[in-house]
Write a protein that binds this ligand. Structure first.
Ligand code: DGJ
Length: 306
């Protein structure tokens, strides 16, 4: 059984390579997308710790416990200069299904190895298990994009939520109906708060956003913010983690919140910068009650009480 805080294994017994990822419930299946880091960890000339880009992996599961490897659904490109060439950074892929176009749309953080170009890339597929076709990258509304997530609002509108202004702030950039471009509607939240790794969900009239601080691959304290309006009025509240190592997010970093059977779960990466492919995962229960958000460290699967 996979244990929180450790590397997880798929149904073939191989390490799950889906870092910085997300779980998409679709039909009766859950799809886990993430970075395949199954290569040597090295140092870029800039000093940044990296694994050459291999591709974005997908795993599927009916119960969210046993994960079948569906392979690399967006592979690295062999063309030097491409956004997806092996010397690039491609992180935190997030996928959403567009009911109008019937496409699965993936957005991801595209960067040069020194993390200075800070773009958002997009790809589409006709099936959740791909193959995804890479379209292009852009800087959303002329703003840089590093750690990012996607969020679908109650009216189906989708937003790219990204660390921006050299990680000093976060921005929320609205996507067009096909989820492939930016409408120009965008706002800036948490100015000068230096948050990254955003994970967003909505519950009973409130939007919640869990973020980490900006300390590279090293763990720090999570903070959550809330707002009754997705685009404005966000306030940082507190660290939602409870129990041993709560100040270090249990030595993990947020990547996504998903819903299963009416309950919310936070996915964490437990980065191992000395060997990134060995980085572990956690899936933790999230209890939201008005301004209060609690995330205890428990084993997965577990019984959710509320
Ligand atoms: C922190 C981010 O959250 C990760 O996704 C990765 O970009 C590292 N920084 C790189 O140092």
């Amino acid at each position: 059984m996979n244990k929180n805080g450790t590397l997880w294994y798929d149904t073939d017994g191989n390490p799950i390579q889906a870092h910085g990822g997300m779980i998409l419930p679709h039909g009766d299946t859950y799809y886990w997308y993430g970075e395949n880091k199954n290569g040597p960890t090295s140092l870029a000339p800039s000093g940044d710790i990296r694994v050459d880009f291999i591709g974005i992996s997908c795993y599927s599961s009916k119960n969210c416990i046993d994960w079948k490897n569906e392979g690399i659904v967006l592979p690295a490109s062999s063309a030097p200069g491409s956004d997806l060439y092996r010397d690039m950074v491609c992180e935190r892929p997030k996928v959403i299904y567009n009911q109008k176009t019937g496409k699965f749309v993936m957005w991801m953080h595209i960067d040069t190895p020194d993390y200075r170009s800070a773009r958002a890339g997009v790809a589409t597929a006709d099936a959740p298990t791909g193959p995804f076709t890479y379209l292009y990258s852009d800087i959303p509304n002329r703003s840089d994009c590093r750690d990012m997530t996607l969020f679908q609002d109650l009216d189906q509108r989708v937003y790219l939520i990204h660390s921006s202004d050299w990680n000093k702030t976060l921005r929320i950039s609205q996507l067009t109906d096909d989820y492939l471009h930016f409408t120009g509607v965008c706002t800036k939240i948490f100015p000068e708060q230096e948050r990254e790794a955003p994970a967003v969900f909505y519950h009973q009239g409130l939007y919640y956003m869990i973020t980490s601080g900006c300390t590279g691959w090293d763990a720090n304290s999570a903070l959550y913010g809330i707002s009754s309006n997705l685009l404005t009025g966000w306030k940082l509240i507190d660290n939602p983690c409870e129990g041993k190592n709560y100040r270090k997010t249990f030595y993990g970093q947020s990547t996504f919140v998903f819903e299963k059977d009416g309950h919310f779960y936070l996915m964490l990466d437990h980065w191992k910068p000395e060997n990134l492919k060995a980085s572990g995962y956690s899936i933790l229960p999230v209890t939201a009650d008005g301004m209060d958000l609690r995330i205890p460290f428990t084993e997965y699967p577990f019984q959710q009480t509320k």
